[in-house]
Design a protein. Structure first.
Lengths: 252, 229
């Protein structure tokens, strides 16, 4: 292959005049992380709630939880992005919809992207939380009830704390999925890392330098997340439990 | 909101399915077939006792699983013309359409995910099965083809199919290289007639119906396989 590499392009000034291309990409990483982290907070909150509801004896709660999971699991992420960006503001009351549409960029893309990613990921978190609670021995819940705790107290003090410690490894990979999936937000105009690599390629015509740089930044980010999470996993691991590799799951 | 306009869907649905959905389904089928073949080979490589082979496969799979699909799509969109030129020994990068670029991208990307599933499938087979194959005088390829892989495939069938449903949904990301898949076709109509609400809602409903239907079928299959075991 005869491609002339020109790595110095990373140190040239990008047309927006904010600094070098390298700086431009690093700011993109900042947006990627800001989107992923905000979405992760939403995903954890809703996912924990929905996942827990689906393990309760309440029939209607289980059914609502199942409905929620099926809806957001069976529509592609990019279509959900478009729904949040193009469709939802039209369905809201006019004043609120216009306010969202008229937010200055990048917030007008950031807000829908965070909501979309948060809810999309909450479904996967809910599945993990449910699996975690179901993997506990039944005796744990029964012992809680026998000690006079209410159903809610049993969840809060007995089952959920254990379940979260068990599902931390799969949650780590879900967190890395949020970081990767935030790249879909470029389709609604959020200039995160992949979006900026694409823009850099268009401005500078240096295709492979731009994508290689973005790839390396993603790999480094992954590495840091893995190292941090492995340390955390080691700390909160339930003593005496063999850490199972878990059943192979389909996913991205 | 000025009323939901069903008319635009009625006018365009034939185009959406004939142009868009056929693109999406062909791409899904090709990438599934190619992805499972390459994924199985990668899984065999990862489990190989030859260190360089397993390290290469491991590095490939981990690389693909560490970067976003959108970035992979961009990579291959620009890379495939160069690889093509290198293969046929041309001076200039060759022209590759969006469809073939996407087909190669998804095959190579999904292979990494199918690989992990097949690896788990192969590892779930008791070692005695392999030894008895060798004891019967079969070589490595015969043991794999006749004893290990058929069982691994059957055990992993539900997961492989679930991954394929995810692949079906993910093909909508070819939007970023302006291919006319189901979403791309709908986006074209939506922007032409300025009917974004209607078109994107319709797309979401169609994807939901297809994915939900398929995953219900997979669940039923899973139950049947579980009883057989």
């Amino acid at each position: 292959m005869n491609y002339n590499w020109h790595w110095k392009v990373l140190l040239e000034t990008e047309p927006g005049g904010t600094g070098t291309y390298l700086h431009y990409l690093i700011v993109g990483l900042g947006w990627t992380l800001a989107t992923a982290l905000a979405a992760w907070v939403i995903a954890l909150a809703i996912g924990a709630l929905v996942g827990t509801l689906r393990t309760t004896p309440l029939k209607w709660a289980v059914r609502m939880g199942n409905l929620y999971v099926e809806i957001f699991r069976n529509v592609p992420l990019i279509v959900q992005m478009f729904l949040w960006f193009f469709v939802v503001p039209e369905l809201l009351p006019k004043g609120l919809g216009d306010w969202i549409k008229q937010m200055p960029p990048p917030w007008s893309s950031y807000l829908p992207a965070v909501l979309c990613l948060g809810i999309f990921t909450s479904v996967r978190v809910a599945e993990q939380v449910r699996a975690g609670i179901n993997s506990l021995p039944r005796g744990q819940r029964m012992a809680g009830i026998a000690m006079g705790l209410t159903e809610a107290q049993t969840y809060l003090t007995v089952t959920l704390p254990q379940a979260f410690r068990i599902i931390l490894p799969p949650l780590t990979s879900e967190f890395m999925n949020v970081i990767k999936n935030s790249s879909v937000a470029l389709t609604i105009g959020l200039l995160e890392l992949t979006g900026r690599a694409r823009a850099m390629q268009e401005f500078s015509f240096r295709v492979f330098e731009a994508f290689t740089a973005a790839t390396v930044i993603y790999l480094l980010t992954n590495l840091i997340v893995v190292v941090l999470m492995r340390a955390l996993e080691k700390k909160v691991r339930v003593p005496g439990l063999i850490v199972a590799a878990g059943a192979p799951q389909a996913g991205h | 909101m000025s009323g939901f306009d069903f008319d635009v869907i009625q006018r365009s649905w034939v185009y959406l399915f004939r142009e868009g959905m056929s693109f999406t389904l062909t791409l899904t089928a090709l990438a599934m077939a190619g992805g499972i073949v390459f994924g199985t080979l990668l899984a065999m490589m990862r489990l190989s006792s030859m260190k360089p082979v397993s390290m290469f496969a491991g590095a490939y799979v981990n690389l693909m699983r560490s970067i976003p699909l959108v970035l992979v799509i961009f990579w291959f969109f620009f890379l495939v013309p160069y690889i093509g030129a290198w293969v046929i020994d041309a001076k200039e990068p060759i022209k590759v359409g969006a469809f073939w670029s996407a087909a190669i991208t998804f095959t190579m990307f999904e292979a990494a995910y199918y690989c992990e599933i097949m690896r788990a499938g192969i590892q779930s087979i008791p070692r005695g099965q392999v030894w008895s194959g060798y004891a019967l005088g079969l070589d490595y390829w015969q043991t794999m083809a006749r004893i290990v892989l058929p069982q691994a495939f059957r055990n992993m069938l539900p997961v492989l199919l679930t991954q394929t449903i995810i692949l079906f949904q993910d093909t909508s990301l070819v939007y970023v290289i302006s291919a006319t898949d189901f979403l791309g076709a709908a986006a074209k109509v939506a922007n032409r007639d300025y009917r974004l609400v209607e078109m994107y809602s319709f797309v979401a409903v169609v994807y939901f119906v297809v994915s939900y239907g398929l995953s219900s079928l997979v669940r039923r299959l899973q139950d049947r396989i579980a009883i057989v075991k």
